[in-house]
Design a protein around this ligand. Sequence first.
Ligand SMILES: C[S@@+](CC[C@H](N)C(=O)[O-])C[C@H]1O[C@@H](n2cnc3c(N)ncnc32)[C@H](O)[C@@H]1O
Length: 156
Amino acid sequence: MADRAAVLLIDPKYPFNVGGALRACAAFGAESPEWTGDRVHTEGVPRLPREERLRGYKDVRMGRLDGGDVEAIGLHTGPPEPFTPVAVEFRRNSEPLPLFEHPERALYVFGPEDGTLPGAVLARCHRFVIVPTMHCLNLASTVNIVLYDRLAKQGR
Ligand SMILES: C[S@@+](CC[C@H](N)C(=O)[O-])C[C@H]1O[C@@H](n2cnc3c(N)ncnc32)[C@H](O)[C@@H]1O
């Protein structure tokens, strides 16, 4: 199975949250972001802040998914080559990122800037990872750190 990393944002609050995740995906070779919810609404590509509209991003597939959060995860977890859904959240009993072995095909699921991953989303995730910080990070920082860690552990 091909090595693939995708990013799913649950109900992001602002376009610049999506823009920050887009930048991280483009930089580290991940193939999304996609997102759920009604707060960043678009026809096609959202109007991202100017600094997030760089030419190199055009290869990154992105878009808002209709339907609920659970359905959005389901889109990536079916056969023939399912992604492993990984909840990235600031919560106890998650695997600390430095010790985390990334799945070959990982769907990293992130919560909104003003909230946390809902229980129904956590229930659908197979792995749980925390960046061991003193306090919660912002969303884009977390996406960058997780994707960098994946790349670093692949020795690339
Ligand atoms: C800014 S945080 C949520 C803020 C917080 N729940 C609040 O309202 O005060 C947004 C998302 O970033 C991710 N995140 C932030 N810090 C993290 C950490 N240290 N470990 C894992 N995920 C983190 C999680 O996906 C989280 O849902």
